[in-house]
Ligand binder design. Structure first.
Ligand SMILES: Cc1ncc(COP(=O)(O)O)c(C=O)c1O
Length: 452
């Protein structure tokens, strides 16, 4: 039992403390209600545990200054979009220069070949296409995968999130393993779940069974689940899963949108895996709306054949602003100045310090919690072991404790993600930021320790 009986009262105190500290955010929240649904430009921005929306004055490096002029050490970093820090200087400069020279022409900018070379060197795949969001990139890859394999089915892991992609917004029935439409998804009308199979993560037998009829175009997966709680792959899982995909002619698509945190170039490259497609978005161009997908030479040939065989007309792949000049300028700056060994060296060093400090406080206070880390990102999990799959996470979920943790830390100047207490380190994060987080976390442990 890790939830103290007085948690509702503690949570009420923290909610009041937030309101006392943020009168201007509260006023802005009320004013924005007039013309924005739920008072925010994207309704997810209301899905934070704060009693009123936190409005931002500015964000630089890892300092987020709210409308009430309070500085927060940002470990949420826009849920990974700002993994390289807010407004990194080389990016701001590249944007300012390009902004005066054309934003979008539906023609490639002059520096396109140079960006291609940088992509191939950074991520290790030879060929590339651009999109504006990771959701779009995944959607386009699914279309290509079905087109080139002429197979209808998609395979994903239970607990996955690959963006607003209908085919992937499914759950696995824990009783019979059937694919279920995710009940929270609004306005679903199509039987997308008829073309999507779902298996538990880290389950090779289930994976083999799902692939064995040769109907699966691709396995779309994050190298570690990061969206239902951080679930790392078991040792040897990916080597075996990749071999199964090859055996059954299923393309392996690695969505590295979040696992870019692992190391320079992402998880697959760092672990010697060879996916057929690689997808990234969010932080890839430093937080500008930019996503991309890379693919092997063999896949390229199959894409050419599929495109040549199709009649003239819409391919259903691409959007008008994809690959625009502004985004490409940002991507060039990000690949040159942000995706560097120096950036990752700094991030991983600090992540080690943070992980050690969190574990120290957890042990000192005798709390049955776990820290699970993937490179520069980690999560505080209110369970005694590293989760094995999405079910394990669900079985140990403590939403009230998560909300309390988020608010408690925010009220002490430390911003975590609004869900499953994720902490991300950036090249701008300093030791002092980590120590600030650890001091607040120690206070949290004291508050929640048995016997308090
Ligand atoms: C692994 C993964 N892929 C894709 C996406 C979708 O990204 P976006 O919302 O930028 O389209 C997300 C978003 O959280 C994600 O975590």
């Amino acid at each position: 039992m890790t939830t103290p009986p007085n948690l509702p009262a503690l949570l009420a105190d923290e909610r009041q403390r937030f309101l006392d500290q943020h009168p201007r955010s509260l006023a802005l929240a009320q004013a924005a209600q007039q013309h924005f649904l739920f008072g925010v430009p994207l309704h997810w921005m209301r899905d934070w545990p704060t009693p009123a929306t936190l409005f931002v004055r500015e964000a630089r490096g890892v300092t987020l200054t709210c409308a009430d002029d309070l500085n927060h050490a940002d470990f949420c970093l826009g849920d990974t979009g700002a993994m390289f820090g807010h407004s990194p200087a080389p990016l701001a400069q590249a944007l300012a220069e390009q902004a005066a020279r054309g934003l979008t022409c539906m023609l490639p900018a002059e520096h396109t070949p140079e960006v291609g070379t940088l992509l191939a060197e950074t991520f290790g795949l030879p060929m590339w296409q651009m999109a504006l969001t990771a959701s779009d990139a995944n959607r386009f890859v699914l279309r290509w995968a079905r087109a080139i394999t002429q197979r209808p089915q998609l395979l994903v892991f239970d607990g996955c999130y690959h963006g607003a992609v209908d085919d992937t917004l499914v759950d696995r029935d824990p009783i019979n393993g059937a694919t279920l439409r995710r009940p929270s998804v609004l306005g679903q009308v199509h039987n997308h779940h008829a073309f999507t199979r779902v298996v538990p993560f880290n389950d090779l037998a289930a994976l083999e069974a799902a692939l064995s009829d040769g109907q699966v175009a691709c396995l779309l997966a994050e190298p570690a689940l990061t969206n239902c709680g951080l679930v790392p792959p078991a040792p040897g899982f990916w080597e075996a899963a990749q071999a199964l995909c090859q055996r059954f002619g299923t393309l392996l698509v690695m969505d590295e949108t979040h696992t870019l945190s692992t190391a320079r170039g992402g998880y697959a490259k760092a672990h010697g895996l060879a996916p057929d497609f690689f997808v990234a978005g969010k932080a890839v161009a430093g937080g500008l709306p930019c996503a991309l997908y890379g693919f092997t030479a063999e896949v390229t040939e199959r894409m050419r054949v599929a495109k040549d065989a199709a009649p003239e007309g819409h391919s259903g792949i691409g959007t008008t602003l994809a690959g625009n000049a502004l985004t490409l300028a940002a991507l060039r700056a990000a690949l040159t100045h942000l995706h560097t060994e120096a950036s990752y060296g700094h991030m991983l060093d600090l992540a080690g310090r943070l992980e050690q400090g969190l574990n120290h406080h957890i042990a000192t206070h005798g709390l049955p919690w776990t820290v699970t880390r993937l490179g520069a990102r980690m999560e505080l999990q209110f369970m005694p072991h590293t989760p094995r799959d999405a079910r394990d996470v669900v079985d140990h979920a403590q939403p009230e404790l998560e909300s309390f943790t988020h608010l408690f830390m925010l009220n002490r100047g430390v911003l975590l993600t609004p869900f499953h207490s994720m902490m991300l380190l950036s090249p701008s994060t300093q030791v002092a930021d980590v120590d600030r987080l650890l001091a607040a976390f120690d206070a949290l442990c004291v508050t929640l320790s048995p016997g308090q």
